[in-house]
Design a protein around this ligand. Sequence first.
Ligand code: FES
Length: 117
Amino acid sequence: MAEKFYACKASEVAADAATIIKLRNLSVGIFKVKGDFFAMLNVCPHRGAALCEGPVCGTSASTDRHEFRYERRGELVRCAWHGWEFDIRTGEFIVDPKIKARTFPVTVEGDDIFVHA
Ligand code: FES
């Protein structure tokens, strides 16, 4: 059964970067996406980089008119090592959703964020 850990103040989490916390011996990134909070293990499933320290971003999607459109702004984190982009809400690698960064349930009580791990 998951334990509940205090993470940080909601007011400390920016929309454009994770707040990195320690959870037991784990490094975890706390993200804010469109007003909701999410927690992700700060380890990239590709080669183990500090995933949550990469930029919060969107991604470029191709259209059927030989153009690219920038979308999902603020919903993804891009690993600084090789540029893989992960959905902050689910941890899924956007190119292959079978590859996932580990995520944790989050609850918010007032201005306090808790991670369940
Ligand atoms: S280690 Fe993250 S994309 Fe390679």
